[in-house]
Design a protein around this ligand. Sequence first.
Ligand code: PLP
Length: 441
Amino acid sequence: MSHVFPRHTKSDLPFAVKGQGAYLYDHKGKQYLDASGGAAVSCLGHGDADVIAAIKAQADALAYAHTSFFTSHPAEELADKLVAAAPGDLDRVYLVSGGSEAVEAALKLARQYFIEIDQPERHRFVARRQSYHGNTLGALATGGNAWRREPFAPLMVQTSHIAPCYEYRGLVSGETQYDYGQRVANELEEELLRLGPETVIGFVVEPVVGATLGAVPAVNGYFKRIREICDRYGVLLILDEVMCGMGRTGTLFAHAFDGITADIVTIAKGLGAGYQPIGAMMCTSRIYDAIADGSGFFQHGHTYVGHPMACAAANVVMDKLIKCDLVQRCSTMGTSLQDALVQTFGQHSNIGDIRGRGLFIGLELVADRETKQPFAPDLAIHKLIKRQAFENGLACYPMGGTLDGKIGDHILLAPPFILEPEHIDEIVEKLSQTLKQVLGK
Ligand code: PLP
């Protein structure tokens, strides 16, 4: 009997024993094309010799030193690289061990900032429905996914939710894309006025929505309007790039595409590329200085903050993303993959929408393409597809709850940036085979 506590307690999972390039192998030698990079993590693919060598060298030199006593060269180097690459004036970096930790740090930093500048009445957040920001209680509170939230709702910090910018289902007939974006962005202003803007700390949002909607970018102009509203009411704009950041959407920081600046940004997943658990929260000097000039102490912390081995791995990941043009490659291969998907599934009667940016691509599954009617939730189509695709040697990331957290299905693809044209063919072929087996077409 396995004593590991699996997520699905009734599941019977194979043992993963090896990873090489775009492939994973189980204990029976079966090969799986990693078409989702786990959960949009493995941007470099598996078995990268340079990252592994950096981890080994760092382990030999120094595995760990607590950040209340020391800083370290790998942590300083990583912070320098992130600051140099980030848009706007995000020039302070808080290094943690994953996405939820990064979001928790962001929420607490934002709250503490307002205490330091003597606005303690700011105590709540606004976020969006159909969003996911992590599973710890603060991060879960900001996430708007109904299914994930409901059991834990009584334990959560105060957050209210507005509509996401979700063109496929939100745009009404006769409305331009731009007008739609302005309309949903204006919901933020309405919500702030309803709550009393002087009580709101920040607006938490993913520049490109990942797990809950399946790679949904905002329409042109949406984020500019969001930025204006935040500025007008003194609300911090907190961008969660845990999934869509680190080059995944074709720019190192996803929000660079939207031409806006953030007050706080969270990153994780691709930063360690799966080689080490690492995340980061970045903030502007304005926020940092308020604390530095005030109490002088960020009232937060974890044992593994700034872990040297994790930072050493992330330094090589960053070098590869930037110096080896992997971000550019992600953009180019993303266009090729999306074109191939549109060519094969563009007219499929159960695929309503194919969307995304870079190698962050979603396919929305529908019972009826004309009416956009979703599948009945008890069919759990996304689960059937995930299982069958895995059986066929394709690891992809189908999820449910696209419409309201409970209804609606999509498939998320987020393969490594080292993707080759033959991998694109294999993804399309195995997905096609899977849909035929599950849907009969
Ligand atoms: N934020 C976003 C946008 C995510 O997609 C996730 C995870 O999927 C998280 C936060 C939480 O990250 P982690 O699972 O590393 O805690």
